[in-house]
Ligand binder design. Structure first.
Ligand code: SF4
Length: 265
């Protein structure tokens, strides 16, 4: 006789909260954020380094937008997360559920089970924020998400070099007809040759895919990263880079992290 065993899926979280999206195509919209722990990249400009490892606890907002967090142990079960998201989902308040991190795709086995259920109970679209470097993991959840904001990591800015993975990832999104845009963090050290290469890469998939050049936000504690301080680009740099990329692409926007200006999370 074969015994069937069922393993309840769990996830390691940083936090769940309701806030205004500050980046990319959906800037200004109200979203339920699920911030997952763990990331396998180490970008120089990372403002979420606390997500790189899985903490023993996570914090869960009890009332949308009130920051009345309660602490829970990690990992969390699927029914618990479902209940927390349902509690956030007051009528007519949110536009989207956002999966962010860290790198949410490192929780793909959990997401495969969680996403159909959370879509069914909330009726909200699901938006994935990702480093855009794990096409192998993206494949299994693509039918379960509605939009993707993927990063292109410039080696001169981030220290990461993921051209091949980014190309495959973007092509997968485009082929599956999920809404997709590309975000590129730029600083004073960004190499324009890399931006031109990015524009050509995006255009080779489709020139109508929107690209956001996002001026880096200086870190509160750059010493923690043992790097030179990351400095925002000058006004002339962003003007020149936008012009450079618009030779290949229809939509290149330059936008800072607006949630930082609005004191969102
Ligand atoms: S991918 Fe995101 S979370 Fe990971 S190191 Fe880069 S900026 Fe930080």
């Amino acid at each position: 006789m074969t015994l069937k065993t069922t393993v309840t899926p769990t996830a390691r979280l940083i936090e769940v909260f309701s806030a205004i999206q500050g980046e990319g195509l959906n800037v200004g919209t109200r979203q339920i954020f699920i911030r997952f722990a763990l990331c396998d990249l180490r970008c120089h400009f990372c403002d979420s380094a606390h997500t790189w490892n899985a903490p023993a606890t996570c914090r869960i907002e009890q009332t949308p937008g009130l920051r009345d967090f309660k602490i829970y142990s990690n990992p969390v079960s699927l029914p618990m997360l479902l209940e927390w998201v349902e509690r956030q989902n007051l009528p007519c308040l949110h536009d989207t559920i956002t999966l962010t991190g860290g790198e949410p795709l490192l929780h793909t086995p959990f997401l495969v089970e969680f996403l159909p259920q959370v879509r069914s109970v909330t009726n909200l679209p699901v938006y994935l924020e990702t480093g855009g470097h794990r096409p192998d993991l993206l494949n299994s959840i693509l039918p379960l998400i509605d939009s993707v904001g993927m990063d292109f990591k410039m080696p001169s800015t981030s220290g990461e070099n993921r051209w091949r993975e980014h190309a495959e990832f973007l092509q997968l999104c485009w082929t599956s007809q999920v809404e997709v845009f590309v975000k590129i963090i730029v600083s004073q050290t960004t190499n324009p040759t890399e931006l031109e290469r990015s524009a050509q890469l995006v255009a080779s998939v489709n020139p109508s895919i929107p690209v956001f050049l996002q001026s880096v936000t200086p870190l509160d504690d750059p010493s923690a990263f043992k790097q030179l301080p990351v400095v925002a680009p000058s006004p002339s740099q962003v003007l020149n880079w936008q012009a450079l990329m618009k030779r290949f692409l229809k939509c290149v926007r330059v936008v800072p992290q607006t949630h930082k200006m609005l004191n969102q999370l």
